[in-house]
Write a protein that binds this ligand. Structure first.
Ligand code: TYC
Length: 112
């Protein structure tokens, strides 16, 4: 593991080289998170969108209905935030399910 200085004392940029690092922390990065966005269209039935939100995002009926209505009115909504792998899987599941039912529903992911 590498370490990163988080505090230092001394003179900087005066060529005397007297700066001293007084505290270090592990140089680790949290993995980036990805928002899943659901997009509105004129053809996918509202009940189908609600079903998708229940089935693939574990939302209850009321939550699903509310998000579906937000997408319907505003054009887009965030339906959840996940790691890259989980987000990619869910987007694939939603797009597959919509395609198999011949609905034009679009779902995408975007780095937070
Ligand atoms: N606008 C669609 C309709 O009126 C409903 C809809 C909501 C479609 C959300 C897609 O992501 C969507 N039937």
């Amino acid at each position: 593991m590498t370490f990163q200085p988080i505090k230092a004392s001394g003179n900087f940029n005066d060529d005397t080289d007297e700066s001293v690092i007084v505290e270090m922390r592990p140089k680790t990065r949290k993995p980036p998170l990805y928002k899943i966005l659901l997009l509105n269209d004129d053809y996918t039935p509202m009940e189908f969108v609600v079903l998708i939100l229940e089935r693939f995002f574990g939302l209850n009926h009321a939550q699903s209905f509310e998000i579906m209505l937000t997408v319907h009115k505003k054009g887009v909504a965030v339906v959840g935030v996940f790691s890259h792998e989980i987000a990619e899987t869910k987007v694939g599941q939603v797009m597959d399910f919509a395609r198999r039912h011949q609905h034009p529903l679009q779902c995408t992911m975007e780095k937070e």
